[in-house]
Design a protein around this ligand. Structure first.
Ligand code: HEM
Length: 413
């Protein structure tokens, strides 16, 4: 159990993000602190905004904007490093006209309307994966066999790329968890690994791009390539970062599917309710999972000008962080917020996909994947429970389980 440390007598406590125990269950600590303080520093020096109203206001408005490349520089990356180059062209750190220009290019392909027809295909993938589970009672590595496998297949369909084409990016992405290079404890080894692996991903996407240039197809990558050719719409470096972001984000979705399985395995009453009418409850299951187990740990922001907020004065460039686990469980917005309750109104959104200008552009494909994957799982696996306690990785930027071992009853049909 992580403990709260105070910086000195009578001073407010620090959020103990340097303590590995904190990462196993940060939520009770965040709840206690949020009850007493609007903002608090972490023990690595970041100012965290804890309450729903403050966090929603900060993300939605224009007083704070996304932190930008500075976050990576604070973690020790320099101009010229491969990850620095990659991130410099990411939508997430752009503002204004550049940001709008790139968002417009991909928002249609990733819109709810474009993604909805993929539900049947997602269910088919889920069913095929379950067909391959052992027939009798067994213990399942639910991440490898299901949670991580589903978004991979969905992304391959969406991008229309083959397993062979995908593997060139997959191997380096598995070798270094790039999002953790933004986390609170980045070592020189992680930086070297992150730079090496993202370079391999960029080289691989550049090779894919060349193959589409020679043999254009009616697919996502060819449409980006056409946008590049039209001049001024997309630079080559932006294309590489955008394509690898979309592809790599499947990993965040896989983490959410695993979180959903964990919640359902430890709340059999909710699993039973879900199984009774998956069509009715799938949205609630997905939204509750995302609220309680935000895939991304925090959102770093910086002040766009001088102003006062939360009882503090900010100068241009001053930074804050929004640890989603605090506002997403604020009792001012949800009754009994620590409970996984799939019957809550699913339209009461959490902050897990951000809000406003940078609202996650992949949220529709992520939500459809999570909803359908979990629905098929409970339809076909009558009973499942944890075979051993699930542990979380510490010091991450992308929340993820170290493993998820489920004892499952025989699968149905
Ligand atoms: C459960 C899965 C996912 C979670 C929790 C998640 C979360 C987020 C968050 C918190 C942001 C930042 C919002 C902000 O800066 O205000 C974001 C942005 C973004 N996400 Fe996702 N995401 C997920 C899946 C995806 C997928 C599947 C894709 C691609 C298909 C994707 C692509 C993006 C992109 C391109 C941005 C940058 C948008 C911008 O800055 O305009 N995400 N996501």
């Amino acid at each position: 159990m992580a403990t709260l440390r105070t910086s000195s007598k009578n001073k407010p406590p620090l959020i103990p993000v340097s303590d590995p125990a904190y990462w196993q269950d940060p939520y009770p600590i965040l709840a206690e602190l949020r009850g007493k303080y609007r903002t608090l520093y972490t023990d690595t020096g970041e100012l965290a905004v804890l309450r729903w109203d403050d966090a929603e206001w900060a993300i939605k408005g224009h007083d704070f904007i996304n932190e930008g490349i500075e976050r990576l520089e604070i973690r020790g990356f320099k101009a010229g490093d491969s990850l620095h180059t990659w991130r410099s062209h990411a939508l997430g750190i752009m503002e204004g006209a550049d940001h709008l220009r790139i968002r417009k290019l991909v928002s249609g392909a990733l819109s709810k309307r474009s993604i909805e027809p993929m539900r049947a295909m997602i269910r088919q993938h889920a069913n095929r994966l379950i067909d391959s589970f052992p027939k009798g009672e067994s213990t399942l590595n639910a991440i490898n066999r299901f949670a991580a496998a589903i978004p991979r297949l969905v992304m391959m369909d969406f991008l229309q790329i083959s397993s062979e084409e995908v593997s060139g990016s997959e191997k380096p992405l598995a070798g270094a968890r790039i999002p953790d290079c933004f986390g609170p404890k980045v070592t020189a080894k992680m930086r070297d690994n992150g730079n090496r692996c993202i370079q391999q991903v960029m080289d691989h996407v550049a090779a894919l791009y060349e193959s589409r240039r020679k043999n254009p197809r009616d697919d996502f990558l060819t449409s980006l390539l056409n946008a590049e050719d039209e001049g001024g719409k997309l630079s080559h470096a932006e294309l590489i970062t955008l394509f690898s972001t979309v592809f790599g984000s499947g990993g965040t979705t896989g983490g959410a599917v695993a979180s959903g399985l964990l919640e359902l395995a430890t709340a059999p009453d909710q699993a039973k309710l879900f199984r009774s009418d998956t069509e009715r409850w799938k949205k609630g299951v997905c939204e509750e999972t995302l609220r309680l187990r935000p895939g991304i740990v925090e959102l770093p922001q910086k002040a766009s000008h001088d102003f006062d907020a939360f009882g503090l004065s900010f100068k241009t460039g001053d930074t804050i962080s929004i640890p989603f686990g605090a506002p997403n469980r604020d009792p001012s917005r949800w009754n009994n917020p620590q409970k996984f309750d799939i019957s809550r109104n699913p339209d009461t959104w959490s902050l897990t996909f951000g809000l406003g200008a940078h609202f996650c552009i992949g949220q529709a494909i992520a939500r459809c994947t999570i909803e359908e994957a979990l629905a098929v799982f409970v339809e076909r696996i009558e009973e499942f429970e944890l075979a051993k306690p699930a542990l979380w990785y510490p010091f991450v930027m992308e929340n993820r389980l170290q493993g998820l071992s489920l004892k499952i009853s025989p699968r149905r049909f």
